[in-house]
Design a protein around this ligand. Structure first.
Ligand code: GLU
Length: 313
C-alpha cells in the first residue's frame, strides 16, 4: 500500500459512452494495479444539464463493468461551504473580482480565438478598476480569477511536458458563476485537495485546464497533484466521440444485451492490450494493462469495433 489516491469524477449530464468508459477503466486499472486508493466524485454542479437519474446510472454502469471505488461518493452539490471558503481565501489575496459583463461583451472584446477555439479569451482591458470593492455573497454575478502573465509548465506523467500561458489563452477565467455555483475550475481543485487526490487521471481535453488549476492550487497554498492526461477516443471522422457517431452509450449496449466482457474487450483493443477485441473481465483488463502500451494518439472507435460489439447479441 502507498499513500496515492486517484479519483473518478463523472459529470452526470448524460450517459457514459465508450470514450468516458475507457478513461475510467484505465484509471481504475492503474489505481488497482499500484495499490492506490480510488475515490468517486459526482460533478453535479452544472445546473440545468444535470439529470438526476444519470448519477445513479453512472454508478450502475461502472459497477456493471467491474469498476469499484473506495469510501463514500462526494456529491459536489451537497455542500458549497468548502468552495465558499476557498473564494474567501482568494478574495483576501485580491485574486478574484466580480464581472457583470455578458458573454457577448467578452466575445466582442476578444481578438482572434486562441488555443481551444471554443474558449473565448477574456481581454485584460475589460478588468474593472474597482476590483477589490465587493462582498462575496454569491449574488447573481460571475466572479473571475485574476490571471498573471506567467507561463505554466505542466509535467504530465503520460503526455509529457506542456507549457501554457493562461493569460494569452483564456485570460481571467470564471471561477464562480452567476447561477450561484462554483465553476468547474474552482470546484475541481477544492475537491481534489479535500479528497486527498495525488493523481488525476482524465481525458486530455482537460490538459489546458490543468494550467488554470495549478494557478488556483498555488493561490490556495495547496500542492498540485500529478497529472495523467490520456488521449480521447474519436470517431472515424477524427472528431471526438459524441452523439454524431451514433449511440455509443454503455446503457444502450447493456439494454441491448451486450455483455460487460464484450465492452471491456473493445476497450482493451482501444488501450493497447490486444490488436483485435477479446472478451475479458475488468480484472483481466487490469492484469494485462500497461500504461507504456497505451497509444499517445487518439484512438478510433470505428465500424469494425462497433460491429464486433453488437454482433455478439
Ligand atoms: N467531470 C469531468 C468530466 O466528466 C471530469 C473533470 C476532471 O476529471 O477534472 O469530463
Amino acid at each position: 500500500m502507498n499513500n496515492r489516491i486517484s479519483r473518478i469524477a463523472p459529470s452526470p449530464t448524460g450517459a457514459l459512452h465508450i470514450g468516458n468508459a475507457r478513461t475510467f477503466l484505465i484509471n481504475w486499472a492503474l489505481a488497482r494495479k499500484q495499490g492506490w486508493r480510488l475515490v468517486m466524485r459526482m460533478e453535479d454542479l452544472d445546473g440545468p444539464r444535470i439529470k438526476k437519474e444519470s448519477a445513479d446510472q453512472a454508478i450502475d454502469i461502472l459497477t456493471w463493468l467491474g469498476i469499484d471505488f473506495d469510501g463514500k461518493i462526494l456529491f459536489q452539490s451537497h455542500d458549497f461551504k468548502p468552495y465558499r471558503d476557498a473564494m474567501r481565501v482568494l478574495q483576501q489575496q485580491g485574486l478574484i473580482y466580480q464581472c457583470r459583463l455578458s458573454r457577448k461583451q467578452v466575445k466582442d472584446a476578444a481578438a482572434a480565438p486562441h488555443l481551444g477555439q471554443h474558449e473565448i479569451r477574456y481581454s485584460p482591458e475589460l478588468r474593472p478598476n474597482d476590483r477589490a470593492a465587493f462582498v462575496f455573497d454569491e449574488e447573481q454575478t460571475n466572479y473571475r480569477f485574476l490571471v498573471t502573465e506567467e507561463a505554466i509548465s505542466i509535467s504530465d506523467e503520460f503526455a509529457g511536458q506542456a507549457i501554457f500561458k493562461p493569460f494569452d489563452e483564456v485570460g481571467d477565467f470564471v471561477i464562480w458563476t452567476k447561477s450561484g455555483t462554483p465553476a468547474y475550475q474552482l470546484a475541481v481543485v477544492v475537491d481534489d485537495a479535500r479528497q486527498g487526490v495525488t493523481d488525476v487521471v482524465r481525458g486530455d481535453d482537460l490538459l489546458s485546464s490543468a494550467a488554470r488549476q495549478e494557478l488556483i492550487y498555488k493561490a490556495l497554498g495547496l500542492k498540485a497533484p500529478k497529472w495523467w492526461h490520456l488521449p480521447l477516443v474519436i470517431g472515424e471522422d477524427g472528431r471526438r466521440l459524441a452523439k454524431r457517431h451514433g449511440d455509443t452509450r454503455l446503457v444502450t449496449y447493456k439494454k441491448e444485451g451486450v455483455s460487460a466482457e464484450r465492452v471491456i474487450g473493445v476497450l482493451a483493443a482501444l488501450s493497447g492490450i490486444c490488436e483485435t477485441p477479446q472478451e475479458m473481465s475488468a480484472a483481466q483488463f487490469k492484469d494485462a494493462f500497461e500504461i507504456e502500451d497505451l497509444n499517445s494518439e487518439p484512438v478510433v472507435f470505428g465500424e469494425e469495433l462497433r460491429k464486433w460489439l453488437v454482433d455478439s447479441k
